[in-house]
Design a protein around this ligand. Structure first.
Ligand SMILES: Cc1ncc(COP(=O)(O)O)c(C=O)c1O
Length: 442
């Protein structure tokens, strides 16, 4: 049995190599070099289908939208469109990526706690695109633009989630959304602006969440507001958006519920509240990001230097790290990994997997068990790197960003070209007065 953090198509082949999408990762590394981002198309499609099938069964009047911040690339948007998904975008860049493949506007929602006038205008001009109003500034910009737009209002429902626990509070200290006691002020403002058509409410309660109850609680709070606003203003909303954040396996210790279970329980709650509150059934929107692409991703690195600290750790350094995967240094995120060119071994020891960047904190994994004889040139595959790795990557230390390949049925297609050293200099401007190094040496 494969570990739960493997991509769906991953297997250990007869040469004891890791294979993904029918492709031996040692051959892939030879062909494209390392570090290399790998995406297993089958995992993306299987997961998207799981959401679609569960929604079709338990709540057909629904739309899953991919939180594109997790992995914003044209190929990924295209796969998700084919699987029946919409898109959540948070910037002109993400919206532009969607527009470049003609992703239909009516399935796009623009989020953000500080949208610019240009971004809101771009959304208003792309027919059908909806906006999630996050604050009074959004309302004011939309009023100034004067263009007709369908919008939802983002609330902070006072449900706060961590992976293993959640709490309900009266007010959440969050930069996102309206507090519940600001809701009526926001509605009064919006009602006075004729070009904004308010169609629903939204909440996003956190990320990498393993419990279903907080979503049920958030839905209850949102639907409670539906009732309040119907009674007070005669508003009848058509959309309920409960956000994303559904957890995945990064390690065997992680314990997320099945997608089917989440959707079933959430749908049952929404349906029963809709009937109890005598509301018209709204369209249910969910915004998964990490759970669609996270486990589909593997990053392949080559081992270089190693160092043994007496009575301390055994370090092995790889040719990537915090710039291609900032999650470890930022959130102390945990990952699993193996040697792609010698997956199984009876003789293991613990290593510290270090990145190549000039920060002591650039450690990808601590206490990683690998064969005792790891050497320079060995290939390390780190699992669960599809979400928020490339999308949060940087050029720290002026290292070009890696290639990303999409693997499917033994085929490898580049979906992100490796940056070159010229790319690193592309926007770097040397004023002519500083161009002659010989001119003056102090
Ligand atoms: C508004 C909103 N929706 C959806 C998501 C997606 O979360 P996840 O990738 O954990 O599913 C996020 C993530 O930050 C978000 O801010």
């Amino acid at each position: 049995m494969n570990p739960s953090y493997f991509p769906n198509s991953a297997k250990i082949n007869s040469s004891n190599h890791l294979e993904v999408g029918g492709y031996d990762l040692t051959e892939l590394a030879e062909r494209f070099g390392t570090p290399l981002y790998v995406i297993d198309e089958r995992t993306v499609r299987d997961t998207a289908k799981e959401y679609k099938e569960a929604l079709n069964e338990f709540y057909p009047n629904s739309l899953p939208i991919f939180a594109s911040k997790a992995l914003s690339l044209q190929a990924i948007f295209s796969i998700l469109y084919q699987e029946g998904f919409g898109l959540d975008v948070v910037s002109a860049g993400e919206l532009f990526t969607a527009q470049s493949i003609k992703f239909p506007g009516e399935k796009i929602y623009l989020h953000g706690n500080n949208k610019s006038m240009e971004e809101l205008e771009m959304a208003s001009d792309y027919e059908g695109t909806k906006v999630i109003i996050d604050n009074f500034n959004d309302i004011e910009i939309l009023r100034k633009l004067g263009k007709p737009i369908d919008a939802l209002l983002r609330l902070t429902p006072g449900v706060e989630c961590h992976t293993h626990e959640y709490i309900k509070t009266g007010h959440l200290d969050s930069k996102f959304g309206f507090d519940l006691d600001q809701l009526e002020d926001a509605i009064e403002k919006i009602k006075s602006i004729s070009n904004i058509n308010l169609i629903g409410l939204h909440a996003h309660i956190g990320s990498q969440i393993f419990e279903i109850a907080p979503y049920q609680d958030a839905a209850k709070i949102l639907l409670g507001s539906f009732v309040k606003l119907k009674e007070k203003y005669g508003l009848e909303f058509s959309e309920l958006n409960v956000g994303g954040g559904f957890g995945i396996h990064y390690t065997e210790q992680d314990d997320p519920p099945s997608i089917n279970d989440v959707i079933k329980k959430l749908s049952e709650t929404v349906k029963s509240l809709v009937s109890e509150f005598k509301l018209k059934e709204p369209k249910l929107i969910i915004e998964p990001g990490r759970s669609i692409v996270g486990r589909a991703g593997v990053t392949v690195y080559t081992v270089g230097a190693s160092k043994e600290v007496p009575e301390g750790s055994y370090y092995i350094s790889v040719d990537g790290g915090m710039a291609d995967n900032p999650r470890s240094i930022t959130y102390q995120a945990e990952y699993e990994a193996c040697l792609a060119n010698r997956v199984q071994s009876d003789n293991l020891k613990k290593y510290t997997l270090a990145g190549r960047y000039c920060e002591s904190g650039d450690i990808l994994i601590k206490d990683l068990e690998l064969p005792v004889d790891v050497q320079s040139g060995d290939l390390i595959a780190v699992f669960g790197t599809g979400a928020y790795n490339y999308s949060m990557s940087s050029n720290y230390n002026r290292v070009p960003k890696p290639t990303m390949v999409l693997l499917n049925n033994g085929e490898a297609e580049v979906i992100l070209r490796k940056e070159t050293l010229e790319d690193i200099l592309r926007n770097d401007i040397l004023p002519t007065r500083l161009a002659n190094l010989k001119e003056k040496v102090h």
